[in-house]
Design a protein. Structure first.
Length: 229
C-alpha cells in the first residue's frame, strides 16, 4: 500500500522552524540526478578507470597509482633514482620496449645467480620534474641478468602525458598501473611482438587512454595486426 506524502501550510511551517526545509529542497533537487562516481574521499582523485582522467597521466595531475612493483629475489636498484641518460660508462646490457619519448636507464644489482627479470606491462615511471612526461611499459618484456653483477638496462617507455616535454633526466620507479583502461591496452599487447618501427602505433593507443577518450577502432586494429610472440 502506497503512502502519499502531503505537506500542508502547518507542516511546512513546522519544517521551516525545525531547519529541515533546506534539506528537503536539496533532496528533491537531487532526485534522479546521477553525477557518476565521486572522488575518492581519501585522495580526492576520481576512480582511475576513465580515459583522460587517470592520476599521473594526461593533464589530470597527481601521482601515478597502482600496485607497488617488487623485483625478483636478489635484484635491486643501485640507486632509487632512474636516469634519462646512462649514468655509467658501462655498455647498456639490453634495450627493452619501443617507445620514443621516455628513456629510462635502470642501474640494477643482482646479488644472486643468473635470473630473468620480467618487466611487466603496466609498470610506470614518474619523472621528478612535473614539466616532463611520465612513462609506462605498455608491453611486457624480459632480460637475463648475470649473476653477481651490476648492469644498466634501458627501458624505452611510452609517454603518458602528451602535452609535456619528452624524456626528463630523473625518474622514480612507479607502480604497476591499476587503471582499468590502461590495463586493457596492456592485455591487448600481452601476446604481441611489436615490430621495430611500429612503436608509434602503441604510443597512439597509450595517448588515446591517457589524454583523450579511449582506444579507437583504428587503435585496436593496429594492435590486432601485429605479429604474435
Amino acid at each position: 500500500m502506497k503512502t502519499k506524502l502531503t505537506i500542508n501550510r502547518c507542516s511546512l511551517k513546522q519544517l521551516l522552524f525545525a531547519g529541515l526545509l533546506p534539506a528537503l529542497i536539496m533532496m528533491i533537487a537531487s532526485c534522479g540526478k546521477d553525477d557518476g562516481p565521486g572522488p575518492d574521499p581519501g585522495t580526492g582523485v576520481p576512480p582511475n578507470d576513465s580515459p583522460g582522467h587517470i592520476s599521473g597521466m594526461g593533464e589530470f595531475g597527481g601521482a601515478l597509482q597502482g600496485t607497488p612493483y617488487v623485483f625478483p629475489a636478489g635484484v635491486s636498484l643501485v640507486n632509487d633514482t632512474l636516469f634519462g641518460d646512462n649514468p655509467t660508462e658501462d655498455t647498456v646490457l639490453a634495450s627493452l620496449g619501443h617507445g620514443s619519448y621516455v628513456d629510462v636507464h635502470c642501474l640494477l644489482y643482482n646479488s644472486g645467480p643468473e635470473v630473468i627479470w620480467h618487466v611487466p606491462g603496466g609498470l610506470t615511471f614518474q619523472c621528478y620534474d612535473p614539466e616532463y612526461q611520465n612513462g609506462i611499459c605498455a608491453e611486457s618484456n624480459s632480460v637475463t641478468l648475470p649473476a653477481h653483477d651490476t648492469v644498466v638496462v634501458l627501458i624505452r617507455a611510452y609517454c603518458v602525458n602528451a602535452s609535456k616535454h619528452p624524456s626528463g633526466d630523473y625518474f622514480k620507479l612507479g607502480p604497476v598501473t591499476n587503471s582499468a583502461s590502461m590495463s586493457e591496452l596492456v592485455e591487448l599487447l600481452r601476446n604481441k611482438a611489436v615490430p621495430d618501427g611500429e612503436g608509434s602505433a602503441v604510443q597512439s593507443g597509450v595517448w588515446a587512454i591517457s589524454d583523450y577518450d579511449g582506444l579507437s577502432t583504428s587503435n585496436r586494429s593496429d594492435i590486432a595486426g601485429m605479429p604474435d610472440k
